[in-house]
Design a protein around this ligand. Structure first.
Ligand SMILES: [Zn+2]
Length: 142
């Protein structure tokens, strides 16, 4: 199973080993804080029609090997922690992405509010003036 790295705003980075199907872009730290993923791994999903009644020869998108049998396909999927595509999977993923984005936006807003409130008042005032004079801020995921 792949290892995912998340970053708790309070405790820093931590890892989770999850099945691909259980992967989330935000998980809770042990302290209960929503923690966004640091690096997005590549997930390969292969359509199930290719294996339903036999395998049309294809090149493994992960290893580049030519796959011609059910056994090769099963081994290739297992070796790279891939799963068969099932109907509805994309909709589930799209829904989770929307949910995770909303949670991430909330987390960014909360973090900004917390950091802004904790700033010395002169820095806070300087920032307010900078924004009022037309400076723009951009959220960058690192
Ligand atoms: Zn934490």
């Amino acid at each position: 199973m792949p290892r995912y790295v998340y970053c708790c705003p309070k405790h820093g980075r931590f890892e989770r080993i999850l099945r691909v199907s259980d992967h989330r872009r935000i998980v809770e730290c042990e302290c209960g804080t929503d923690s966004p993923q640091v690096i997005t791994p590549i997930t390969v999903v292969i359509p199930s029609h290719m294996s339903a009644t036999g395998v049309s020869a294809y090149e493994s998108p992960v290893s580049g090997e030519i796959i011609t049998t059910q056994r090769q396909r099963a081994n290739d999927l297992a070796a790279h922690d891939c799963i068969e595509y099932e109907p509805g999977m994309k909709q589930d993923t799209d829904r989770r992405v929307i949910e995770d984005d909303a949670r991430l936006d909330k987390l960014v807003d909360e973090t900004f509010d917390r950091e802004f409130t904790a700033m010395p008042s002169d820095k806070r005032e300087a920032l307010v003036n900078e924004i009022a004079s037309g400076a723009t801020a951009e959220t960058v995921r690192i």
